[in-house]
Design a protein around this ligand. Structure first.
Ligand SMILES: [Mg+2]
Length: 260
């Protein structure tokens, strides 16, 4: 079954009447500081039913709300589920006060402290790898050494990249994980980012909406589509042609996952 050709077209279909609209962030609603076609209208017209479910591991829900407000989109922080933040919340619930070697930006490190986790790279109970633009060779060596000692390593998400506004791939947590895996055989102890259903299920629980009564919008079938499927939520793939958008030949494409 073909689906409409843009987010604007999606908004004209019965799918937009779902009790909850769950949406990916990067490559779906925004790309860097660019608001993608149809996203502002989605927020304006369906804000009370909109939930953001993203593998972002650099923002907190609160910082993302502020960033989106700056882009003209108002999404309250209690409607945002991010892989990095939710990973730390899950660890804090399971192991209150745990000592963690956290490879993440300063914002995520601050969140960890507020959740009562203790940052410790020398004798940690576990390690967590998030997207960290400041990640160095020294960080990699430390993480390899911890893994070699048997310290469990969590990964916030497996994405290897997400697209910049001009379509250029920006390295993601999964690219850092690949470097770790090149040095030592390893599997993540925990990974609740998409394609796992955890973030989707958390959003549904807070929304109080059954999976079949929601819809999930995302640009990546392998992560967004798989997470939606695992949670039982109908999935609609949004594909913005970012490279062409920059050249002035924008043609947003939206197709059902079944079309791939
Ligand atoms: Mg995406």
């Amino acid at each position: 079954m073909r689906q409409p050709a843009s987010l604007h077209d999606f908004l004209e279909t019965p799918l937009a009447g779902a009790l909850a609209i769950l949406a990916d962030l990067d490559g779906c609603l925004i790309s860097g500081t660019a608001v993608l076609p149809g996203a502002a209208r989605l927020v304006d017209e369906h804000g009370p039913r909109l939930w953001i479910v993203s593998n972002n591991s650099e923002d907190t829900a609160r910082s993302l709300t502020a960033r989106l407000t700056g882009l003209g989109m108002r999404v309250p922080s209690n409607r945002i589920f991010l892989a990095g933040e939710q990973t730390l919340r899950a660890i804090a619930r399971q192991s209150p006060g745990a000592r963690i070697a956290l490879f993440a930006n300063s914002r995520i490190q601050g969140l960890a402290r507020r959740l009562g986790l203790r940052l410790d790279r020398e004798a940690p109970d576990l390690a967590v790898l998030a997207r960290s633009p400041g990640f160095t060779f020294g960080d990699l060596a430390k993480l390899v050494a911890l893994a070699h000692r048997g310290v469990p390593v969590w990964r916030t998400n497996s994405d290897t990249s997400h697209p910049a506004a001009d379509g250029t791939p920006l390295p993601e947590t999964g690219a850092l994980w690949a470097a770790l895996g090149a040095a030592i055989p390893i599997r993540p102890t925990g990974d609740l980012g998409k394609p796992a259903p955890d973030l989707v299920e958390a959003a549904l629980a807070r929304a109080g909406v059954a999976a079949a009564d929601a819809v999930f919008l995302g640009d990546t079938v392998a992560t967004d589509g798989a997470a939606a499927r695992a949670a039982g939520v109908p999935f609609v793939q949004v594909r913005h042609d970012l490279g062409r958008a920059v050249s002035g030949d924008a043609r947003p494409i939206l197709a059902a996952a079944g079309d791939r």
